[in-house]
Design a protein around this ligand. Sequence first.
Ligand code: PLP
Length: 394
Amino acid sequence: MLRNELGLSTLAAWGGEQQPHGYGAAQVPIVQSAPFAYPDVASWRAVIDGDAKGDIYSRNTNPTVAVFEEKCRLMEGGESAIAFASGMAAISNTLFAVLRAGDHVVSIKDAYGATSRIFMELLEPMGVTVTLVSTDDADALEAAVRAGCRLVYVETPTNPTLKVIDLHRMAAAARSVGALLMVDNTFASPINTRPIALGADLVVHSATKFLGGHDDAIGGVLVGRRDLVDTVYRYREITGAALAPFAAYLLLRGMKTLALRVERQNATALAVAQHLERDPRVAAVFYPGLASHPSHHVAAKQMSGFGGVLSFEMVGGEAAAIRLLDALKLVHRAASLGSVNTLAGLPGMTSHVEVTPQDRAALGIPEALIRYSCGIEDATDLIDDLDRALASLD
Ligand code: PLP
């Protein structure tokens, strides 16, 4: 068992990986089996009764998935972790398992679109009331929490304008009314923000993004207080949104380079953001590493790096944004983020596809905004690509 005092790069490589694995394998084997077989009924029964270690059925536990869970647990510094088939499965299972009719939730208006829809379309009809507060107004958010609630749900940095929530402040407010603080740490990754150390009870990820980092697997994970994770585990055991062993293997393989990738992506995003901020064809750049960003002060205090994602608004409206996107050569025009390859898209086609243009405007998301998720390419090549594409608009 590796100790938490090890650095995050070491945990990325070694965390959760007992040596040697089965068959003496140096790397985590993909245990691609639905059930687990026993030589006799007594040894099977011992595992069911918890008297011996083992697995029964991969909807419940699986050795490859268990290594992924343990690596995530160590990197986030939590008591326990469980993996899910997707980030949305992690978020929805946790909310459904923890909340009860009559509970009140406080969250932000800028949460990922599908998460906001869980609050409004699924939880409210079940008797859970939800207040969504403007993400820009930290005082209003704190006041809503202090007015009383069962759960505070935040995402930081937010999608797509990268607002950063002061987690230390939120945790204090949540604690003062006996509420839980749940944080979606997808955009930051544990390399840039460790919410549990700042007072969060639960941390979720779309592991599809930075954790996996290669755009080849969908997955999610919940890390946090053991009693809460146990409750969510029982819910997932029944409802079945377990992570598949092959996806767990891909995510684990990706996670080994998490620290290296994120450090590069942090540096590249800052360089790209600073470069674009000087370009007259760009109306505004949103990146918490820029002194001009409204969250810069909180980000500088809370984050070890400012993240690999930025967004920028084009002069010339949505048409100019589309022309720029089409002119870029070193991007995938695609809906995800956090990959080794740079990805770019319009919020109206990605994170906020289900939101009307009016509601996007109310959220401060211009139609001419491009979300740009830096990969691990040479920053100079990305900047050259952007310059060439910008010049083609003249
Ligand atoms: N949380 C955030 C911040 C996201 O950006 C996403 C997806 O883009 C999700 C959750 C959902 O994750 P998944 O697509 O793995 O279900």
